[in-house]
Write a new protein. Structure first.
Length: 293
């Protein structure tokens, strides 16, 4: 097992999953603190890197496209304090960070995890029920319905329609856009048969965001909704999605671990001989397999 503990948080890797726990440092973003601990399956990961500076550096995880509803809903717009897949590392812990990086990379190589996109979410998204107040309204989501309630800052024409309830079955998408500079942001729900180009200020299916402290929490609502929408890369058909609690089909008995590792050694040897793996990559992978045996 590999582990790195910093003020920014603790990352632990057991060979199959990464456990990302935010720290208690005051500079940690509100979204990360609210999201809490993340358990990331290795198959959701595309890569890991370590960026070193004079005083501190960063460990960064790169997820496979489509694996995480939070990343899909936010479209790469999460700023550094709120990004759960970055960890600030003190310079005197670079050795530990390098070891952690090598362990994860070796596991990706041994398990032959592809770095390409996926057609289903590999993370569940934020838990529900969830309620966030920011901008001109409050959004509550229980997993089936979204409730939009307005406050005294809401535009009169929008507030006049009163509290709004949207069923998941009526949604085709969700979009979170943070406020940038003088441009306000929004959390917008796309409703089937009801397209609109109205600004969020006037759209009864949107919350307008002005860049205040709690705005990033609306991204959690967007991710929770996105996790329950059909995956954008899934094959198009008319069949309803399986409930999250549906039982998985029975799987074949697991192969004997020792035989599987011997087979992987042979495969790595073939990849090395054919030039796919460098000497260094082959040595690291072989050492990791022998350690497991």
């Amino acid at each position: 097992m590999a582990e790195i503990i910093q003020k920014d948080g603790t990352w632990t890797f057991d060979g199959d999953t990464l456990r990302l726990t935010p720290g208690r440092d005051k500079n940690i973003g509100l979204l990360r603190r609210t999201l809490g601990e993340l358990v990331l399956p290795l198959k959701a990961l595309a890569g890991i890197s370590l960026e070193q500076g004079k005083k501190s550096g960063r460990l960064k995880l790169r997820l496979r496209d489509g694996a995480d509803p939070l990343l899909h809903a936010t479209g790469g717009r999460l700023t550094e304090p709120h990004d759960p897949y970055q960890l600030i590392v003190d310079s005197d812990r670079y050795g530990v960070a390098e070891y952690f990086t090598e362990e994860v990379r070796t596991a990706l190589l041994l398990d032959q995890i592809p770095s390409g996109p996926v057609t289903e979410y590999l993370l569940p998204g934020p838990s529900v029920p969830l309620s966030v107040s920011a901008g001109d309204g409050t959004v509550s989501f229980d997993g089936e319905r979204i409730r939009l309630e307005w406050n005294w800052k809401t535009e009169d024409a929008k507030a006049a329609a009163g509290t709004r309830t949207l069923a998941m079955a009526d949604l085709t998408g969700v979009e979170w856009q943070p406020a940038v500079g003088l441009e306000n942001g929004h959390l917008r729900f796309a409703v089937r048969h009801s397209p609109t180009k109205a600004p969020a200020k006037y759209d009864p299916n949107s919350v307008e965001l002005w860049g205040f402290k709690k705005d990033p929490l609306m991204a959690l609502v967007a991710a929770a909704v996105q996790a329950r929408l059909p995956h954008p890369a899934a094959p198009a058909d008319d069949r309803p999605r399986e409930p999250e609690t549906a039982p998985r089909p029975p799987t074949a008995p697991a192969e004997d671990d020792h035989d599987a590792l011997l087979r992987r050694l042979r495969e790595l040897g073939e990849l090395h001989r054919s030039g796919v793996l460098t000497d260094e990559e082959f040595t690291l992978a072989k050492q990791a397999i022998l350690k497991r045996m």
